[in-house]
Design a protein around this ligand. Structure first.
Ligand SMILES: CC(C)(COP(=O)(O)OP(=O)(O)OC[C@H]1O[C@@H](n2cnc3c(N)ncnc32)[C@H](O)[C@@H]1OP(=O)(O)O)[C@@H](O)C(=O)NCCC(=O)NCCS
Length: 184
């Protein structure tokens, strides 16, 4: 798959806590858009900007504490996609990172933005010396296809694991990927 050149030429940016706070309205808008689109990202409908702001306030505090690393990508001067890396805090899993909340605005999808973000995630994991990436998503979703295409291996599918925003239970696929040339 070849990403749209206008997007693939955009380099994902890393947002520290101050930068994320300054762009929290854009981040909140991306999250509301994903939930409105029916995506299983932990929240139920109705879900509005105040709910999303509360979520991002907690994330920003964790970015400040060094627990989360936030990547985002801009197009036309506004954020259109974001993803989080959460390095495992356990001393015996210092090679693992969880990937969370890969979100692209519905209006910006199918242009390769998530692919570029995931490439940046892997580069960042390598930079951190983390070789095992772990993530999960709704079975059969666009994200499920994306992760398979990017070489993530299926650990398993848990039936009826999480609710979609409308309340219906859906299956979740759990994935992992070992970075072959990472240091550990
Ligand atoms: C999953 C998600 C992040 C994918 O974002 P995206 O930016 O559209 O992803 P990509 O563009 O890299 O790839 C998506 C599709 O577009 C296609 N594509 C990529 N670039 C393209 C281009 N230039 N022209 C045409 N198609 C293109 C890809 O081949 C892929 O096809 P597929 O759906 O048949 O597998 C997005 O759908 C989303 O935000 N979903 C809701 C949130 C979610 O489920 N997050 C993951 C779990 S937390």
């Amino acid at each position: 798959m070849i990403a749209n050149p206008s997007v693939s030429s955009q380099k994902p940016i890393k947002l520290d806590a101050n930068a994320a706070a300054g762009r929290s309205e854009e981040l909140a808008g991306i999250l509301v858009d994903a939930v409105a689109g029916g995506t299983s990202v932990n929240f139920l409908w109705p879900f509005g900007l105040p709910d999303a702001r509360r979520y991002w306030d907690r994330v920003i505090a964790r970015i400040g504490a060094g627990e989360i690393l936030l990547l985002a990508i801009e197009s036309g001067g506004r954020l259109v996609g974001t993803v989080q890396l959460i390095p495992a805090p356990q001393p015996n899993q210092d090679h693992r990172v969880d990937i969370s909340k890969l979100l692209v605005l519905r209006s910006a999808r199918q242009q390769g933005i998530a692919t570029v973000l995931m490439q940046a995630v892997e580069a960042e994991a390598r930079r951190l010396g983390r070789s095992l990436l772990v993530l999960d998503t709704e079975t059969g979703s666009a994200a499920d296809r994306l992760y398979r295409r990017l070489g993530y291996q299926v650990l398993g599918i848990m039936p009826r694991h999480a609710r979609l925003p409308g309340g219906e239970l859906a299956d979740t696929t759990f994935f992992f990927k070992h970075l072959p040339d990472a240091s550990q």
